[in-house]
Design a protein around this ligand. Sequence first.
Ligand code: GCB
Length: 896
Amino acid sequence: MKYFSTFLLLILIIPAVAQENLIMNVDGRNQVSLNGEWNYIIDPYETGFYNYRFSERQEDDREAYWNRPTVRNISDRLEHGYQEPYTIKVPGDWNSQAEVFKYYEGTVWYQQEFDLPPVKDSEEVVLYFGAVNYEAHVYLNGKKLGMHKGGFTPFNFEVPKSLLQEKNNFLVVKVDNKRHADEIPTLNTDWWNFGGITRDVKLLLLPETFVQQYSLQLDPEQDIKKAHESGIYTLSGSIKLNEQPKNSEVTIEIPELKAKKQVEITEDSANFTFQVKDLQLWSPQNPKLYEVKLSIAGNEIQDKIGFRKIETSGKDIMLNGEKVFLRGISIHEEIPQEMRRANSRKDAAKIFEYVRDLNANMVRLAHYPHNENMTRMADSLGVLVWSEIPVYWTIDFENENVLEKAKNQLKEMIIRDRNKASVIIWSVGNETPVSEARTKFMKSLIGTARELHDTRLISAALEVTKDDEGVQHVNDPLGQFTDIVAVNEYLGWYGALPDAKENSTWEIAYDKPLFFSETGAGAKAGFHGKKEERWTEEFQKWYYEETIKMLRNMPDNYSGVSPWILMDFRSPRRNHPVYQEGWNRKGLIDNNGNKKLAFDILKSYYSNIKKASEDKNEKQEQQLIAPGAELKLLADGFAFTEGPATDADGNVYFTDQPNNKILKWSAQDEKVSVFMDNSGRANGLYFDKDGNLYAAADNRSELWKISDQKKVTIISKGFEGNKFNGPNDLWIAPSGGIYFTDPYYKRPYRNFQKQPIKEQKVYYLSPDQKQLKVAADDLIKPNGIIGTPDGKTLFVADIEDNKTWKYTIADDGSLQNKTLFTNLGSDGMTLDEKGNLYLTGNGVTVFNPQGEKILHIPVEKEWTANVTFGGKENCTLFITAMDSVFGLQMNVKGAK
Ligand code: GCB
């Protein structure tokens, strides 16, 4: 019996399966926090675990620390207990909580009691730990739930219902942070081995069947440029349930995109793909997150997910098809002011405040997965992330078990954060010494990461080697297998002085993107002197200045840098009694939050790069305008110009509404003449395929068709027996169907002064002009309107709500998938051949198809009412503004 139970115990505690049952996105689930004050016992000899013969105690051994210490009578001998003042905060490392823990490495028992929250019969109860450093044995009411190794990744155990009591559940966690040669990390690191339950503890109350893990991202196989062009994006992912229910279906919904996908689950998992339209991609400039809902059998879990494509193309890192430079900074998970591990949202906010201040767009979260608040916040702030497992320095690379442990941590990291758009790089390790066994080990980790079909790049921080001639080589064989080649570089700190950097010679064996994952020098904040003097702020500043000079000479695959490190951090290896005192001093900010001189050096390097890339974008945008072109006055002296429309020859017709005229600007001689008097106070105009001019004739609230012989036909004058409010602007689809807006503006010249139709709507007149329907009635005051030449997309501006909306046009002409295009309304609008949208009001503002503002064309008039493309080549941007009309020569043609 004895052997049997030990065997059972062993089955329970195999750590290799931990990530298989890992529940992700715990924030989106029904939960009760078990954070707070816990009791503890420091147990350096592990007396609570082993008996005096040093074998593991029996489960029911009353001296085992997982059992409730009860004294039955006054003679009872009991040699342990959980009570005040021996309490400790969870989450939190123990080292920072009491002097006795500062250097402690070993076992501490944590104990907490909880009453069971209301649980339905069908519900499952799961105990979840954000992280425990390093080895955790978890017991509830005297029974072992399981064991987990790995100090920086989450794990959970299902709690059998039979074990739970309504009151006073006795929860004990044995936490052991001893270092071992065959663990990950190993004996030797350059960071403090903070022990304890360092992240949140939660009780999850889950339905019988639930989605345990899922991935949802842009399909990695898709060509992002083509997706941009077509406006159709493929999302793909996977779902894993906690069990194998019969005939089940999971619904994935992205309400904002009006996307819904039902996924049939066979056994317990499934892969899926589906397409969405009008997606705004996630990027540092636009960290757009979509609410995503996954439901099964009426139970829903919610998440916020951004969609972006990260890939390499030759020497470049590409984000959403555009080259991106990583202005990074390395970070340890510490709040140095309090000498503790960071954990909360507040901690993350503090850290990111510094990151922003530095003008960085990327963080290297070294050397282990940081808490989830960091990656969630990076997602919402638009900061790119490198996330790493602690395969650091001299791991036991020959040992298969060690490889398994590394793989577990890798999988747990990926499963937790696989849907975070911010995470663009998984790193499988840092500065591992080159050997055949090492490369095999690391290659196997890379293989594991790739098997998970993830959408990130894979890398590892490698070392630089220097030959006898002083040449710096980047040639670690592992570089063959990583997506980007990353190296830690310390020339001028470890070896030589900073002035050795500028003229250093580099030989880089790889043509892939090159990233400097570290570079840095130590300085004690407040210590000043000559730049040659170690530990002065001047030395560190000099080091950064020389580093920047060196980086400027790097080959063109240089794709970014994340210097070492944002803040001073605790390290047992740093024992100078004056300058270090247990701190690694390479921080740009010290342990009291003081910025050192080097901070501003890096900050201005980054600000220059940022500006240069913005200028480049600006230049690209400027390229929309023909070289040297300026806004040219074409004609003036009108009362109020509106409604330009272009005929097949490029002549532009526009209106002067107060004077009741339609005018014609000739593409041939650029002269303006009157086309028509008594024009029904026409406002918006548009030509059909046969050369008839359609006009929003405001005078009597009608829609007119004007033939080339100037014969007027009234096409429509009202809806369901009511007059229109005043058709304002229109667009004719390739099918011949007409969309027009009907806002209400008081006009002195009209024969009615009351708003005829309460709502201001968008109408659709069928191609045969027999059926008039409401196309949209949920805008406040629709005004400008334009569609794409393929007839598939319509843009409508709400001038009162100051928004422009984008719709998909269905085959029957109805509008679907309403999505916000941009937070700017417009009077009239037009499109160019690249799909850029031109809005008016304050001059002309141009947006790319993703809704990002790319250009503003100032027009020195109080109001800019409308635009179109015209002229012989269809590349004159024709602008109506108050009493004038202007032309601007463009590098693009109007959409046709
Ligand atoms: C490195 C390590 C980092 C150290 C740093 C240093 O290369 O990757 O963990 O803390 O150097 O300060 O020496």
